[in-house]
Design a protein around this ligand. Structure first.
Ligand SMILES: [Zn+2]
Length: 339
C-alpha cells in the first residue's frame, strides 16, 4: 500500500503528534510516564469510546503539550514528515486556534499559526509535498467567539486554504454558525464541515444544512448519509466529497465494526469517497494503515484505493498549480482513467 500516492484531506494537527515527541515532551509538563501503561492512559485511544467522559482527558492531556511556538513548529514539521513516510503527497492539516490557545496565555492565534506554517513550509521543500491549513471553529463555543476566530482566519486567508466547524455535532446544529461562514465565503475561503458523523438520529440532516447554510463544499465524515435516501441522493447528485475516516468511526462508535462500516455502500451509490486518518496521534494509526485496513478486511483493490486517492487530490482545497507539481497523475483526468 505504501507506493500508492496518497492525499490526506482530514487530519487534525493538534492530535497528530508523533509518539516519540509526546514521550519526550510529557515529563516536562508534569506527566509521569514511568508506570506501565501510563503513556496510553494519558495519550492513546485504542478501544471504542463507550464513555466519552472517560477519554476526554486524553484530548486535554495532549493539548497541554502544545505550549510553545518552538513545540508547535516542530509538531507541524514532524506531522508532514510522518505523512510523507505514509506516501502522502498532498496534505491538508487542520487545527482549532481556540483549542491550541487554551490555558497557553503566552500564545496568540497569530503566533500559533505562524509556528505551524513555518514547520510545514520547511517540510514541503524537504519532502516535495503540498501542504495546506484549514482553520477550525469549535461548535461548543458561542457564535460571538467564533466570529472573532473567523476574523483571524480571514486576515490570514493567504495561508489558510479553508475553514471547518468541528466538535461533537449532537446538540450543535450547523445553522446558528451561518454568520461565521458568510465571512469565510466572502473572503474566498473554502469550507468543509464535520457533519453526519455520529450514529444518532438526524445527524445526516446536518449534511444538508452544512451545504445550504454554511456553504460546505466537502463534508467531514458524512458517512450517515446512507441512512436517508434523500440525503444520499443529495450527496451523490451534488458531487459532495466525503472525508471518510474509518478507524476514527470505529473508535467513536459511528460504526459498530469495520464490516458494518458503510464505506462500500457509499461507493456503490456513487458517492465521492476520500480516505483519511483524522487523529493519527491519539488514535494510534495513520493513513497507510487505513489503506491496509480496507485492503485486508474489506477486500478493497489497489485500483479502488488509487481512484479514491486521485479523487481526493482533485477535491483538495490546495491550488491546482501547487497540487499538480507534486501529484504524479494529470489532475484533469477522471479517477477511472488513471492506473
Ligand atoms: Zn475530524
Amino acid at each position: 500500500m505504501k507506493h500508492i500516492p496518497k492525499v490526506e484531506l482530514h487530519r487534525h494537527l493538534e492530535l497528530s503528534i508523533r509518539d516519540s515527541t509526546m514521550k519526550e515532551l510529557a515529563p516536562k509538563f508534569g506527566f509521569d510516564l514511568s508506570k506501565e501503561g501510563a503513556f496510553d492512559h494519558h495519550f492513546k485511544i485504542k478501544e471504542p469510546m463507550n464513555d466519552l467522559g472517560a477519554v476526554l482527558h486524553k484530548f486535554l492531556d495532549t493539548q497541554k503539550l502544545l505550549a510553545t511556538e518552538e513545540i508547535l513548529e516542530r509538531i507541524s514539521y514532524e506531522a508532514c514528515e510522518d505523512a510523507h513516510n505514509e506516501g502522502i503527497k498532498i496534505l491538508e492539516l487542520r487545527y482549532a486556534p481556540t483549542f491550541v490557545a487554551l490555558d497557553h496565555p503566552e500564545l496568540s492565534f497569530q503566533s500559533i499559526h505562524d509556528a505551524f506554517v513555518r514547520g510545514a513550509e520547511k517540510a514541503e521543500k524537504e519532502f516535495n509535498m503540498a501542504v495546506g491549513f484549514i482553520g477550525i471553529l469549535q461548535r461548543i463555543l458561542p457564535v460571538e467567539d467564533n466570529l472573532k476566530v473567523m476574523d483571524f482566519m480571514v486576515e490570514n486567508k493567504n495561508s489558510f486554504i479553508g475553514v471547518d466547524l468541528a466538535d461533537n455535532e449532537v446538540g450543535f446544529d450547523p445553522g446558528p454558525f451561518a454568520p461565521c461562514f458568510e465571512k469565510a465565503k466572502a473572503a474566498g475561503l473554502k469550507v468543509t464541515i464535520h457533519a453526519g458523523e455520529a450514529l444518532q438520529e438526524g445527524s445526516e440532516k446536518n449534511i444538508l444544512d452544512s451545504v445550504s447554510k454554511l456553504h460546505a463544499e466537502r463534508i467531514g465524515h458524512g458517512i450517515q448519509c446512507y441512512r436517508d435516501p434523500e440525503v444520499l441522493k443529495f450527496v451523490v447528485d451534488n458531487k459532495i466529497p466525503l472525508e471518510v475516516c474509518p478507524t476514527s468511526n470505529l473508535l467513536t462508535n459511528a460504526a459498530a465494526s469495520i464490516e458494518e462500516h458503510p464505506i462500500q455502500k457509499l461507493l456503490d451509490a456513487g458517492v465521492w469517497v476520500t480516505l483519511n486518518a483524522d487523529d493519527p496521534g491519539i488514535f494510534d494509526q495513520n493513513l497507510l494503515e487505513e489503506y491496509e485496513l480496507l485492503h485486508d478486511k474489506l477486500g478493497f483493490s489497489e485500483k479502488t484505493l488509487l481512484e479514491c486517492s486521485h479523487r481526493a487530490a482533485q477535491v483538495s482545497f490546495i491550488s491546482e498549480e501547487k497540487k499538480q507539481k507534486v501529484w504524479p497523475y494529470d489532475l484533469k483526468k477522471q479517477a477511472s482513467e488513471i492506473h
